[in-house]
Design a protein around this ligand. Sequence first.
Ligand SMILES: C[S@@+](CC[C@H](N)C(=O)[O-])C[C@H]1O[C@@H](n2cnc3c(N)ncnc32)[C@H](O)[C@@H]1O
Length: 304
Amino acid sequence: MVMWMADEPDVRAWVNADQAAGEFRVRYAELFDAEARLHEQRLHAAANVGAAEHVLDIGCGTGRSTRAAGRAAALGTVLGVDISAPVLELARLLTDREGLRNVSYRLADAQVDGLGSARYDLCISCFGVMFFADPVAAFTNIGCALRPGARMALLAWQAPEHNEWYSEIDRAIGGASACGARMFSLADQHTTAGILAAAGFTDIAFTDVREPVYYGADSAQAYDFVTGMQTTKDMLARLDLAVAEDALRGLRITLAGHMTRDGVLFGARTWIITARIPHENAATEPPRAAAMRQLSDWNNDRAG
Ligand SMILES: C[S@@+](CC[C@H](N)C(=O)[O-])C[C@H]1O[C@@H](n2cnc3c(N)ncnc32)[C@H](O)[C@@H]1O
């Protein structure tokens, strides 16, 4: 899992140093593909890609969700966008191998780079929209690429305490939570609804998904996977040698404790977040006003 330093001053530099390098993600592409498959299946069911739709996939990584959308939109198109060149290289290779001619990729920062104007019927993202420095700006930019009435379906982690894979590994290797974790930036429903409403989206809804995540066929593979992550390396590098050795022993025990007939599994919860760009002529009030009204409804619901 990719973590985010809460006080990181230069977001772009961080992305470049870790995600844009992308080598770890490429090396473990198969395991990443299997990791949250049950959650992703729920995302695809919610997105319900139409055969002739034009789809935008944000933070597409190696293009797993992009290709799935491409198979569904056989008469349409899918554009996968990511800020990391190495992952897009692999995405293109896998897409060519599958012969999906309606799928393409673009190296771009979804927060600031133009993605087209009112072109897409649907925006999807599989864990790719939690890393923005300015989420309202990013979702506003994404919204500009969507046509009136377009849908959006996102998959994002719920809070760390609902995600065993994070809390237990964090406990074993000691204190990742002190860094803060950007990947949980959409975990709070109220905050996320506010971000999306401020960016002009409406009909914002959350579906609670509870399915295990997969860390490998056995605890040895899971150990290699977890210790290969840059965040784990960074954490261990901050410890004295003896403490680091203890932490690694603890990690082995934790991973072994999660070995099941189906491999190493940890409890996990995500949100499927769905929203829509308002129809131009459907509302009597302007889209942004409608969005702000929805935010105010959320506030009233919470207060009540
Ligand atoms: C956790 S990965 C998910 C990748 C892929 N969707 C998957 O499920 O395997 C997050 C992805 O978002 C990309 N990303 C992060 N910030 C981005 C931005 N501002 N614009 C575009 N992509 C971004 C990263 O490079 C990374 O590939």
